[in-house]
Design a protein around this ligand. Structure first.
Ligand SMILES: Nc1ncnc2c1ncn2[C@@H]1O[C@H](COP(=O)(O)OP(=O)(O)OP(=O)(O)O)[C@@H](O)[C@H]1O
Length: 286
């Protein structure tokens, strides 16, 4: 449905932010994971037709969406990382304005705004000026605006930043249910945002795809390479410098280190089953 084909993005005077990347998206939740600067936002801006790729093609339903972006724009809900609001408008006024920009009729807009405020749990705050909203509330308004017009393609850039744990779970479940019939592309550097809900996980590092597949398959990329050992507190910091560690948990006995290594990294290290966090750390350290 949405295809990003051999996409490269070079900013003036910079290295390649996206480097020859191909991603074909079908309905379902796709988690785009990557550390800061990996190129996630650049790729999402290209997919959302906000930026043009330096080279490469975006296709939507088979048609060129770089040359003719309107069909994709009409089908799209996008939450950019730096989403801003008009502080003097209240939520209903702000969403009404955006609904008009999207071309929704006044009646559809009223119904949808009521439903969306309910969905993001902001009905009672709908008439308050956005300037007085907390970071989490603004994020939820950002999510609501992305869903205006019932888009077939939903692109959300680090949508859980600033949400509290309860809101994160709510939001994960919401996107997961939307993904039953829609393309949902979500970027994050937090593995747990996508771990239980993504049908597909793509790991981006330095503008390139390092891993791409269903979570079970991605996890298999580090099978046999994950180890755990308890080490003295005094030795832990040095070992964490020398080894690729995916977790360090303090206990009464010392520090339980979880490490990635093709061979046993310490004499008393035990092999353990890998998880998505291990696969992610493995891919970005390769
Ligand atoms: N408008 C721009 N002009 C110049 N360089 C840019 C621009 N936008 C991004 N970059 C650079 O491109 C690279 C990728 O940035 P991008 O924001 O796409 O990564 P990211 O994975 O989204 O990271 P983050 O999570 O920190 O936003 C970085 O080196 C960044 O400095």
């Amino acid at each position: 449905m949405l295809e990003l084909l051999d996409i490269t993005k070079v900013y003036k005077g910079h290295k390649r932010a996206v480097d020859g990347l191909t991603l074909r998206l079908a309905p379902g939740l796709i988690g785009l994971l990557g550390p800061n600067g990996a190129g996630k936002s650049s790729l999402l801006r290209i997919a959302a037709t906000v930026t043009r790729p330096t080279t490469g093609t975006v296709r939507f339903d088979g048609a060129d969406a770089v040359a003719r972006p309107d069909p994709l724009r009409r089908a799209l809900g996008y939450l950019p990382q730096d989403f801003g609001v008009y502080p003097h408008l209240n939520a209903v006024e702000f969403l009404t304005y955006l609904a008009a920009v999207k071309g929704l009729s006044a009646r559809t807009s009223r119904t949808q705004i009521d439903e969306l405020l309910e969905l993001v749990n902001l009905t009672s705050a709908g008439r308050r000026a956005l300037g007085g909203y907390s970071g989490g509330m603004l994020r939820r308004i950002g999510i609501a605006q992305a869903l205006l017009g019932d888009p077939r393609v939903i692109i959300v850039d680090e949508p859980t930043a600033g949400l509290d744990p309860e809101e994160r779970v709510r939001f994960r479940n919401l996107l997961s249910s939307l993904a039953a019939t829609r393309v949902v592309l979500l970027s994050t550097h937090i593995v747990s945002d996508v771990e239980s809900v993504a049908a597909r996980v793509a790991v981006l590092q330095a503008g390139r795809l390092r891993l791409d597949g269903p979570p079970e398959e991605v996890v298999r990329s580090v099978a046999g390479h994950v180890w755990e050992a308890t080490v003295p507190v005094a030795a832990a910091a040095d070992l964490q410098q020398r080894l690729v560690t995916t977790r360090a948990v303090r206990s009464a006995a010392g520090v339980r280190l979880r490490m990635l290594s093709p061979t046993r990294p310490l004499p008393d290290a035990e092999p353990v089953a890998p998880d998505l966090e291990d696969a992610y750390v493995g891919a970005v350290n390769r």
